[in-house]
Design a protein around this ligand. Structure first.
Ligand SMILES: *Cc1c(COP(=O)(O)O)cnc(C)c1O
Length: 472
């Protein structure tokens, strides 16, 4: 089997959509903000009916704001686009107990990849049978928790896991499993998030026969019930084509399973990876197009192979949580060099490692009075011109020169300490990847809805940090 590169180059800022002369300049666009976002006087923005300046005032900064209605609307959009599929939210994008509760109320299942994620959501009342456990290296503790709590399916990712899992299940048990295979498809925005190709750690290769070998062993194992195949191509994929290629590859393999073993597998899990726009003008994966073309391809491929159509499973993470989150920072220092204005904020790579990891771009903006100054109010007071825009680089507070949140972005040239900066599309892979670097403490998560703000996760305090440090 050959590797097919079917990812079209992501539409980026290099190819912006045609400009509407009536539209605000792109630095003032609310395109990638939650749908509830509105402009308020004095440069403030309201999300979920709550002014961002009020969130910063009440809960401090840095803080993450999560628009509950946006999360729910995105879950519903998946249910609507894929009424017959099982949609599982990939919890690793962002997880807290309220998030699990919303996802459950909106009719989605969950995809988790550790005992920690699993225990947290079950403690929030999530039904274990609607949970799928992933992991290329599941620990004995992960498997023990999964079996004890009764997860719906476990995704087998290596040959060694088959016997280990069967032994843990015991002679009287029977566990539903999926097998993760490598379809040999390159897709995704960055090599670190491509998981459908041969040369990475996830899944079992069809090309070298290890997937077929593992399939035979799972089917031979009476304690395991193989319900289907799984593949996950990567992340931040904005084209439908790689998914169509995956359907063809996967149904081809399912047809061979039926020929060789006489089993028609009832499920096909195509993973997640659905891309979102981080900056105005960027493309997102079109859900309606994905649904329509995926179902057509599945029908066609199955008819051609004489296979009954399997039920589809999908695992979006970023596309559910990402656009619903806004990161809020306070400016602590501004340094103007000849070429650049460095705007240093009170967070950084400890709450958002994505720019440093993958070199991704964001569109931060000032909110509140600072933004109003940028529109020409003109404050002067030793802080530049006080009007107009400048080319700024927003950096964090950590002890690394690579701690850059957004390079070369337009900000009002009057930006100064005390100003508030908001970063949209911050709901996924920020806090879930947050670290304890420099003991700054991880920010809180504040849910906004119908004009009310409430904390979902509190700020990590010095006491939290001190209480784990037990050696002295
Ligand atoms: C990360 C991951 C997802 C979710 O990916 P997104 O890009 O957030 O949609 C889904 N399934 C698996 C197996 C994953 O590893």
């Amino acid at each position: 089997m050959t590797v097919t590169a079917v990812n079209a180059p992501a539409t980026g800022p290099s190819s912006p959509p045609p400009q509407d002369p009536q539209a605000p300049p792109s630095h003032d666009s609310l395109d990638v903000w939650p749908a509830s976002t509105t402009r308020l006087p004095a440069g403030d923005l309201s999300v979920g009916g709550v002014p961002l300046t009020a969130v910063a005032e009440r809960f401090g900064t840095p803080a993450y704001v999560l628009d509950e209605a946006e999360v729910r609307a995105r879950c519903r959009a998946y249910r609507h686009a894929f009424p017959d599929a099982e949609v599982l939210y990939a919890a690793k994008a962002f997880l807290c107990r309220a998030m699990a509760h919303w996802v459950r109320e909106e009719g989605l299942g969950l995809d988790v990849c550790s005992a920690g994620e699993l225990e947290l959501v079950v403690s929030a009342g999530f039904p274990p049978d609607r949970i799928v456990l992933h992991g290329n290296a599941k620990s004995p503790y992960d498997l023990e928790a999964a079996l004890r709590l009764g997860v719906g399916r476990i995704v087998i990712d290596s040959a060694a896991e088959i016997a280990r899992l069967a032994a843990a299940v015991g002679p009287r048990g029977r566990q539903k499993v999926l097998l993760r295979v490598v379809p040999g498809i390159a897709a995704g925005a960055h090599h670190k998030i491509r998981t459908g190709t041969e040369d990475q750690k996830f899944g079992l290769s069809v090309a070298d026969g290890s997937a077929q070998h593992a399939l035979a062993r799972v089917l031979d194992q009476p304690r395991l019930e193989l319900t289907g195949l799984h593949c996950h191509l990567g992340s931040q994929i904005t084209s439908v084509k790689p998914y169509l290629a995956a359907v063809r590859r996967m149904t081809g393999l399912m047809a061979r399973v039926r020929e060789q073993h006489g089993v028609a597998l009832p499920e096909l899990d195509l993973g997640g990876g659905h891309g979102i726009a981080y900056r105005p003008g960027e493309a997102a994966l079109d859900l309606a197009a994905l649904s329509c073309r995926l179902r057509a391809e599945l029908s066609r491929s199955c008819a051609a192979a004489g296979l009954p159509e399997p039920r589809l499973l999908l695992e979006p993470g970023r596309a559910v949580a990402g656009p619903a989150g806004v990161a809020l920072y306070r400016v602590l220092a501004v340094k103007r060099t000849r070429a650049t204005t460095f705007v240093a904020v009170d967070g950084g790579m400890s709450d958002n490692p994505r720019p440093a990891l993958y070199g991704v771009g964001y569109a931060p903006r000032l909110v509140g009075s600072a933004a109003a100054r940028g529109e020409g109010a003109g404050s002067g007071a030793g802080s530049g011109t006080g009007s107009g825009m400048c080319d700024a680089t927003v950096v964090g507070r950590h002890c690394e020169a690579g701690d850059i949140l957004a390079a070369d972005v337009p900000l009002p040239s009057g930006v100064r300490p005390g100003d508030l900066i908001a970063v949209p599309a911050a709901g996924a892979y920020h806090l879930s990847m947050a670290s304890g670097y420099n003991l700054v403490g991880r920010p809180p998560v504040i849910a906004v809805r119908d004009g009310h703000a409430r904390p979902l996760v509190r700020r990590e305090s010095l006491e939290d940090i001190r209480s784990r440090d037990i050696g002295l």
